[in-house]
Design a protein around this ligand. Sequence first.
Ligand code: HMG
Length: 384
Amino acid sequence: MNIGIDKIGFYVPPFVLDMEDLAVARQVEPAKYTIGIGQSKMAVAPITQDIVSMAANAASMILTQEDKEAIDMVLFGTETGIDQSKSAAVYMQSLLGLSNRIRCVELKHACYGATAALQLAKAHVALNPEAKVLVIASDVAKYGLQSGGEPTQGAGAVAILVAKDPHVLTIDQETSLFSDDVMDFWRPNDCPYPCVDGKFSNEQYMRFFAEVWQDYRDRFNSQLSDFAAVCFHLPYSKMGLKAFKPFLAEEEEELSARLLERYQISTQYNRQIGNVYTGSLFVGFVSLLENCQELTANDKIGFFSYGSGAVGEFFTGHLVEDYEKYLYTDNHQALLANRKPLSVKEYEQIFMDMVDESTSDQDFSDRQDASLVTLRGIKDQKRI
Ligand code: HMG
């Protein structure tokens, strides 16, 4: 049975910061951010958008009433959870009007959580062919003002509908995994921001890619020439390239140039959004599908998922005939184009708002945010 991605869409919050403005404010050469790190813009989530509202906005874009009736499970990947107990997934039941007779769970392993969700969804559909699973990746990536990680922040959510006979991508059986207990990036319960060893995290990312790609290549007798494109987890748009380059260098020039060009296309959206943690790999995939004119049905796509701490996976899929008819290109491009640009001062104010958000009752209903679903306030420690 073919199982995979039937629909995929993302949401980004309505505010954006220009990386050149941030560089000037931080007294850094702008080219470090725009070329060295490879980010042009950074999505900024206002207090009216949390992982739940962003997820509901992304899912609302792709789900029809028929899909909603067929969904029997919601798997919510995030590493910026809003609750230690209640899952973010169960909010989808009410916000999207899903049946009560469904399973709702939140999954965590840093940026890998949504890939875990996708593989579990696929296994579930294999056992229950009529079922559809809603997979969510939703995060607000924050490292703190003036921190080393500041230029690699971002926010957004991806919604993926997993089903049999999918319209976009069939996911293959073959996969390669690698887990190792390393401290490159982590967030203890009492920390508002992650602890990160930036340089070490880059090295681990590259080590994990080499581990899973070489294992996949050797066990399944595969080679890069089998692939139309490879998508990477993108904490910033240059990271995947650092891991990919040594392997591209071993290939013939034409193949290497083609994969490199498609890598750049897959980073087009992320460059304007920043790190979406669990969603970054999938925003990259959407960027590839919506901006590359040369892909065709049955093309093989590789995916490298990395979650610090760390888990890596290399998995693959094949594009489905007429996949381009099932994309949400106009919606995505309108979301990106219509964001309100912030000054650095406004961004810092929003950032401080978020930090203060924790305990007391608050009312955000007068805040400007035209998104379909917004966080309107907090009352008795309940999110409204
Ligand atoms: P940094 O120390 O600010 O930057 O940290 P740098 O000095 O390493 O410079 C970055 C690049 O800019 C370098 O290029 C410089 O040469 C270049 P590279 O050598 O790497 O190719 N550069 C310039 N280029 C052009 N013109 C200039 C210029 N100046 C410098 N004038 C770092 C950067 C990414 C480490 C930091 O921002 C950070 O700690 N970010 C957060 C951690 C992170 O993103 N790690 C990525 C791998 S781990 C991962 O992906 C998992 C994660 O998503 C979390 C999860 O799984 O949950 C993070």
